[in-house]
Ligand binder design. Structure first.
Ligand SMILES: *[C@@H]1O[C@H](CO)[C@@H](O)[C@H](O)[C@H]1NC(C)=O
Ligand SMILES: *[C@@H]1O[C@H](CO)[C@@H](O)[C@H](O)[C@H]1NC(C)=O
Ligand SMILES: *[C@@H]1O[C@H](CO)[C@@H](O)[C@H](O)[C@H]1NC(C)=O
Length: 329
């Protein structure tokens, strides 16, 4: 059913023409042939095959022809209707640094196609139909720094999936997937700086003790809209001197313990809006973070006595004059 495509690098786009919008184009030969634009700089080629279409249809199975064996360091197939990728597709690109397959219809992690990519540092598989990232598929990619998989259907990340990246991986984007918690494979990533798990449904709906214990480089953690109901007081142990930004907005939190956050000495940004907080003076500590919020975020709580939500700042100024927070253990 799927058609086969040969990508031949036919058009030479000089560096000064980068912004001229050279279109990728396809025509029907013995097979469907598409041509990508590229830019060359000191013998390295950056290839753009985005938006490939033939008669408006997706291109299907991807095969790549690289006449002259050009040294490709960056290749982009964004929104080209790629459904799958032949096994040796990237074999003649040993120096590939960046692979972008965003906005396609890929259902299985393209492990075979990527098996020769040793030096790749950035992979973007966002907005495909992936359901899992199996064990042992990326072990050889020991330079991978940035892994983007936003907007897939991920339910399973093999517990050894990132074993080859334990000291290289700095950024992971799993936003908009179907993951039920922080994957075990992520918990051992000691170089990880940015983790986006937002818009997943955590089950059980809590952040347990010690989950970030081995992630001592983490600076930014996004857990927006993950349906968490509570955060263990020891959940952020390990992040004391690294984490600068935590987002737990739009969850099911009814309170937030000051002591859970107190030892996070690097924390400057904490977004907690759109939670069903119950008003109480123990929320007063949040005020020191409000200045870091964008104006459209509002910190509100619901009075114990019922009734409509009130602004936490207003609640605290009206009710918590002499309040002394308890000491942290
Ligand atoms: C991955 O490998 C680990 C360790 O061998 C194993 O326990 C696990 O079941 C494997 N599969 C997944 C999906 O995690
Ligand atoms: C969490 O919040 C959502 C919407 O804000 C609500 O539909 C859901 O019932 C809540 N879940 C729990 C377990 O409180
Ligand atoms: C609380 O309300 C005041 C005034 O109504 C507003 O200026 C402020 O931004 C609100 N603060 C938060 C954090 O919602």
């Amino acid at each position: 059913m799927s058609r086969v495509i040969a990508i031949a690098l036919m058009y030479l786009v000089s560096i000064s023409d980068t912004n001229s919008g050279q279109a990728s184009a396809c025509n029907l030969g013995p097979r469907l042939n598409c041509y990508c634009s590229f830019v060359e700089s000191v013998g390295k080629y950056s290839v753009d095959c985005s938006g490939l279409r033939f008669d408006g249809g997706p291109i299907g199975t991807l095969e790549i022809v690289n006449p002259g064996g050009r040294d490709i360091y960056r290749i982009t197939f964004r929104d080209s209707g790629v459904t799958d990728i032949v096994e040796n597709a990237f074999d003649n690109m040993p120096n590939l640094f960046s692979l972008n397959l965003r906005d396609n219809q890929i259902t299985a992690f393209p492990a075979n196609a990527m098996r020769r990519l040793q030096l790749v540092e950035e992979i973007d598989l966002s907005y495909n139909y992936l359901t899992d990232i199996p064990n042992d598929t990326m072990d050889h990619m020991t330079s991978l720094r940035d892994f983007e998989a936003q907007g897939n259907r991920l339910t399973t990340i093999g517990s050894n999936a990132f074993i080859g990246q334990s000291s290289s991986l700095q950024e992971i984007d799993f936003k908009y997937n179907q993951l039920t918690g922080i994957p075990d494979a992520v918990k051992t990533l000691s170089a990880l700086r940015i983790l986006d798990m937002s818009y997943n449904t955590f089950s059980p709906s809590n952040l347990p003790s010690g989950i970030f214990n081995n992630m001592n480089a983490l600076t930014s953690l996004d857990l927006q809209t993950t349906y968490i109901l509570n955060i263990d007081p020891q959940a952020f142990v390990g992040l004391e001197s690294s984490v600068d930004r935590i987002v737990v907005a739009n969850n099911n939190l009814t309170t937030l313990e000051r002591c859970t956050f107190e030892k996070l000495t690097a924390l400057t940004t904490l977004w907690v809006d759109s939670n069903p907080f119950v008003c109480g003076c123990e929320l007063a500590w949040l005020e020191r973070f409000f200045a870091s919020w964008p104006v459209w975020r509002q910190a509100r709580c619901r009075p114990v006595s019922g009734g409509s939500e009130v602004n936490i700042t207003d609640f605290v100024s009206q009710n918590c004059g002499g309040y002394q927070p308890p000491a942290c253990p």
